[in-house]
Design a protein around this ligand. Structure first.
Ligand SMILES: [Ca+2]
Ligand SMILES: [Ca+2]
Length: 163
């Protein structure tokens, strides 16, 4: 096995560990946050806090990253489910945005692929470390935006993991 392959595997395993709830590399399980910890509103792509997005190694999910306090380190991410995909040779970006608006979806473009996701995130994750693990994760099963029905997501109960 080549060195690069090992490194890739290690990265992949860390991602899996993050999602299955085992502490990665001796990291302590995050303490339950006090109930007064509020979920920050997603700043959006026009905000100076926006730091990009990526497909997660768990298929069907897209993470959007933010640096809320603008200190150069990520501290917040939200994760949306991919509903469908298109390509930019068949659909212009403008058409994609219009189609997303009609279907109440959000658009992520990585030419030539256009991803249509749920309008609102499924996961909200506050306190992102350098491995992009989260300190506090909330799940919003209804995916209806921040309206109080979000629940703290316990990493030790993977059955809540939604595909
Ligand atoms: Ca920060
Ligand atoms: Ca909600």
């Amino acid at each position: 096995m080549g060195k690069n392959t090992s490194r890739w595997l290690a990265g992949f395993v860390i991602h899996i560990l993050m999602w299955t709830g085992y502490p990665a590399f001796g990291q302590e399980r995050p303490p339950s946050p006090p109930s007064e910890v509020k979920i920050p509103k997603e700043p959006g792509w026009n905000s100076p806090a926006y730091r990009g997005w990526e497909l997660l190694s768990i298929p069907g999910l897209i993470a959007t990253y933010y640096d809320l306090d603008l200190d150069g380190k990520l501290d917040y991410q939200v994760i949306r489910k991919i509903i469908r995909k298109g390509t930019s040779d068949k659909t212009t970006i403008k058409q994609a945005i219009e189609s997303a608006r009609i279907d109440n979806l959000t658009v992520y473009v990585s030419k030539p692929i256009i991803y249509f996701t749920s309008k609102y995130p499924l996961f909200y994750c506050l306190g992102v470390d350098f491995r992009r693990n989260c300190r506090n994760i909330w799940i919003d099963v209804q995916e209806d935006g921040l309206n109080g029905n979000e629940t703290l997501y316990t990493l030790s109960i993977p059955k809540h993991m939604v595909r």
